[in-house]
Write a new protein. Sequence first.
Length: 249
Amino acid sequence: MTTRDKIYFASDFHLGAHPRSTTRERESRIVRWLDFIKVDAAELYLMGDIFDFWFEYATVVPKGYIRFLGKLAELADLGVKISLFKGNHDMWMFGYLKNELGAEILDNELILERGGKTFYLHHGDGLGPGDGTYKLLKKIFRSRFCQWLFARLHPNLGIGIAQRWSAHSRIASGGQEKFQGEDKEWLVIYAKSILEKQRYDYFIFGHRHLPLEVNLPQGSKYINLGEWINYNTYAVFDGIQLTLRQWES
């Protein structure tokens, strides 16, 4: 019998992203990956922007993604611990997925220690220097008052507005990101600033849409998980080391 001892990390599935016709194929690919990891996964960290838009009304959630959610439920029933980070596209997750899947919903960073290694986890949005406009918008969008106002909209209108907004996002454009160099990669800069105060073996982020492995001072490493439109990348920790991999099935 296979031992459940691995920890998996993935980010930026952007289910529902424009054009929506591509979501079903991407969802099927993700479900195949989840089916692959279910045999040895102890923990699964989905690190933001899993949905291109998500808002939980009191009795309504966005329709779709039934195969993906069903596979997550299967993993949860097998005893896999599931943690979901709020990203900048799906920051309005509240209690639905916690109640249905027993998932932990995370607003900000999470610090882990596993196998004698320390991990700093975050979706990655709003960190590091610059991007003042988004940082302000994030505070507004995460405010209880803003959430209350949006919930007053009929779901057809509210979700329709959000989908039109998402149609103009960088993931919808279909372009691929390029590495800017350590001195310009804001999440690398952020990780180095954290290392000045506290050492972690691994910094794991999403949001950047580019799979990256960068060696940092003090023997630390920065990992960006990429996304599942162009790259299909994820990370796995086997109790000894963390590796970034690509799903090709």
